[in-house]
Write a protein that binds this ligand. Sequence first.
Ligand code: ATP
Length: 235
Amino acid sequence: MGRNAIVGGEPEAGKSVAMSSFLAAACLDPAADIFAIDAKRVELSLWRHRLSAFVTTSIDDAIALVETLISDMDDRYEKLESDGLRNVTPDMGWRTKILAIDELRFFTAYPEKRSRDKFNLLLIDLVARCRAVGMAVLAGTQRPSSDVVPTSLRDIMGLRWAMRCATRDASDTILGAGWATEGYSAANIDAADRGIGLLLAEGGVPMRLKSAWLSDQEIARIVARGIECKGGAMT
Ligand SMILES: Nc1ncnc2c1ncn2[C@@H]1O[C@H](COP(=O)(O)OP(=O)(O)OP(=O)(O)O)[C@@H](O)[C@H]1O
């Protein structure tokens, strides 16, 4: 997973299943470390034994985790700078670090302003700079509105996947302003078509795509295999 990604859509649209596809790929990559913030507690916990850190509803813990990743990111930039390099190459042996967040709203619209502002600033900084040093963020939300997904955060997400949304505005909040008027609105997806969404990759046009369904048992098998590939249980 080399790009930051956001998945949004109304409840039951299929966001968790869509996020699972990204997580499955990360899980089976022996060179990947996965960190999770799961305000719903039960969505990402299926991956728990393959996670390097698992935070639930504590915004202080979420902030601390993002700060740790930013510190790793800054160390990587320093190393690149001191070695006179601009890009990460596979021979450097740097592990891919992936942060998964579900539900984004819990933190980006947190009632207490100081913590909310801090979390938002840190997350935007991480998303803006992490990709070049082999890190990525995957975020999911069932409330695609501008108070939950700030434009400055959405705009730096390289992959945007809008599952069925209640309104055209909600769809544009994930994909970017103007796509609904051009005929790409996730509000047009039939409510019965769970798992279908519009996926936009940087520089392209949204594509209608159905996620790959993974049952809890399949996820458990993928996690077990991921741990085996990586050489031992994490937690
Ligand atoms: N690709 C798919 N193929 C078949 N069924 C799917 C697919 N994706 C989702 N579904 C169905 O939709 C249901 C809801 O999916 P999921 O839990 O991913 O939704 P969600 O958007 O994360 O919901 P919530 O916001 O309430 O957490 C699943 O339990 C499953 O029945």
